[in-house]
Structure formats: C-alpha cells, structure tokens
Design a binder for this molecule. Structure first.
Ligand code: PEP
Ligand code: MG
Length: 330
C-alpha cells in the first residue's frame, strides 16, 4: 500500500483520454509546504496568507517578516509555483477581537458582507503595500503568483493594480531585488462570476473559491450552523455559475482553477472535468484520492452529459448516474 501511494505521488494526473490535470495544494503557513510536495502537488494553488496575520494580538506582520515567510514557502516548493493570496481577513477569519476594535473597524451585523478580504486591504494602504512588496521580493526567488480575494468590483481591480505598480516602483527605487508576478482574481462573489469576461481583461488567471461562492450565491452564512443544511454545493445555481466561469475563462484563453473544498471532494471531480476544469487546488491530504479519480476518468465520456446534469432537478443524483455508470461501462 505504501509503495502504491508513493508510485501514485510521482504519477502525473492525466485522464484516460490524455487530458493533463494540474493538482496543487492549499497551504496556510510555510511549514505546510513540505507536506504539499510530499503529496505530489505540482505547486501551491492557494497560500492563505491571513494565517500570518491571525492570533497575534492585533500586531500585524511587517514587510520583512512576511518576506521571510513567502521566501520560505517558495524555497520549500523547490522551483514549483506558489500562489500567494493577499490577506483575507474579516468575516470567518477575524484578526482577533481586540485588534478589530483597535483598527476602528466596527462590528457589523453581516461581516461576510462587510470589510473583508481585498476591501480590508484597500482600507489599510500601508499594510497592503507592505504585503505587496514582500510578495514581489519573494518573486525574485521563484515563480510566484499573486491572488486577490473577494474581487467584486472593477474599481477594486484598478486600485489593486495601482498599488502593485507603486510597490514595484518603491522596490526599484530602493534597489531591492524583486520579480514579476502573474496577477489573478478569486472568483467567489456571484458578481465576479457574472462579469468574468470583463474581469479577465485585467487578470492573468482566475481561481474559483467555491466555499464563498456557495455562501454568497445561496445567501447562506458558511459559519452559521442554523442554516448549514442549506449550504449546498450541488445547488443548480452554484453549478451553473462555476460552469459558466470555467467556460468563460477557457474561451478567453486564461488559466482557471478551483481552490475551494469542491476541488478536493471526489464527488465533484467528474463534473468539474466535464466543465473543462484542468486545475484543482486542495488540502494536501486530498491529492491522492483526487488523482485516482482523474486517472480513471475519460473526459470524452463525461462532457456529453454535462448539460443534463446542470439542468437536472437533482444534479447530485444525475452526476452519480450519468458519470459513474458511463465510466464503469467504458
Ligand atoms: C473559498 O472561498 O472557496 C476559498 C478557497 O477561500 P477561503 O475558504 O479561504 O475563504
Ligand atoms: Mg474564500
């Protein structure tokens, strides 16, 4: 069994019909990177940088401390790409009670709809500039991609790109080594999914955050147990937004991945392949079972059933029936 798993680790994720699939890891801290490599990840698809900011009494990590963390992750991945998401603080990931108060951010009734993620970063320009500089400096040491959480508005996109240009200019003037980064948007708000062709003009790639996309599409707080039975990744509206986003990104020739929990759940692998997804990012512990699923999949048999699953009253049952049986017969 150990042998089989270790062989699997070095086997590329390719479907029966020869479609290559990229399996990347989600990490929270640089110490998670070795486990990602060990699991056979071909890169980090999501480094949740907010974990560097949390549980430290509200004191924020400065440029130097962040640079060291990003450098450690880049070096640990030994030349594989590392996608660093700018801080996604707020809602389910508060800095901590005290600091939220100190930063003059009032408690709100709906934190998930409030000042979180890129909104918070843009409201703290000094903090944001330090993070961008730290990421650009780490990019001198390996392949680094920059990912922006919770993009919903073109105004935010312009502010982010301006801040990035300024951060580069500052590093240049200070004579500090830095590299170039591809810039991507998280697609996790329905507005972003619906306006993807417009957003894609400004980004090099997109990554679909299904955890938040489900929350915002269905108006279900992902942290509220009273409604957790309604948090449904199989909801036709959710599936339709994901399918549409993947198709729009592919037709624009832009790289698209999924980094929410759905990417690491084998129940969705066939469906996501049928939608055209070829890049998945997940907790390292999920990679082996998703890879096994991909090795057994034939996208030529999956794709013809996509519309029937998407238009079904019960996409979960339809997916099980149409995809699994077809492939078993093959
Ligand atoms: C998501 O929303 O799907 C996602 C990957 O981001 P997080 O879970 O960190 O909000
Ligand atoms: Mg999210």
């Amino acid at each position: 069994e150990r042998d089989r798993l270790s062989r699997l680790r070095h086997t590329p994720a390719v479907t029966l019909d020869g479609e290559r699939v990229e399996l990347q890891a989600n990490i929270e801290l640089p110490v998670d990177a070795p486990a990602a490599l060990e699991a056979g990840a071909v890169g980090v698809g999501l480094f949740r940088s907010e974990f560097l900011f949390m549980n430290r009494g509200g004191e924020l990590p400065g440029e130097e401390e962040q640079f060291e963390a990003y450098r450690d992750a880049v070096e640990a991945m030994k030349g594989l790409p590392v996608t660093i998401r700018t801080v996604d603080i707020g809602a389910d990931k508060p800095l901590d009670r005290l600091s939220v108060h100190e930063l003059r951010h009032e408690y709100t009734m709906n934190p998930a709809l409030g000042l979180r993620a890129i909104r918070w970063s843009l409201s703290e320009p000094n903090m944001f500039r330090q993070q961008l500089r730290a990421i650009l400096r780490a990019a001198a040491l390996g392949k680094v991609r920059l990912l922006i959480p919770m993009v919903a508005h073109l105004g935010e996109v312009r502010q982010v790109l301006d801040a990035l240009a300024r951060a580069k200019q500052q590093l240049h003037e200070a004579g500090k080594p830095h590299g170039d980064v591809e810039v991507g948007a998280m697609i996790e708000v329905p507005a972003a999914a619906l306006m993807l062709p417009t957003l894609l003009k400004h980004f090099d790639f997109v990554s679909i955050g299904t955890n938040d996309l489900i929350q915002y599409t269905l108006a279900i707080d992902r942290a509220d147990e009273a409604v957790s039975h309604l948090y449904d990744p199989w909801h036709p509206a959710v599936l339709s937004l994901i399918a549409r986003a993947i198709a729009d990104a592919r037709s624009a020739g832009k790289h698209v991945g999924v980094c929410g929990e759905m990417a690491g759940d084998p129940a969705f692998t066939d469906l996501l392949l049928a939608m055209g997804l070829r890049s998945f990012s997940m907790h390292p512990s999920r990679i082996a079972s998703i890879k096994q699923r991909i090795l057994r999949a034939d996208t030529r048999l999956l794709f013809p059933h996509l519309d029937e699953v998407l238009s079904s009253d019960d996409p979960e049952a339809a997916s099980e029936r149409l995809f699994n049986r077809k492939q078993q017969q093959a």
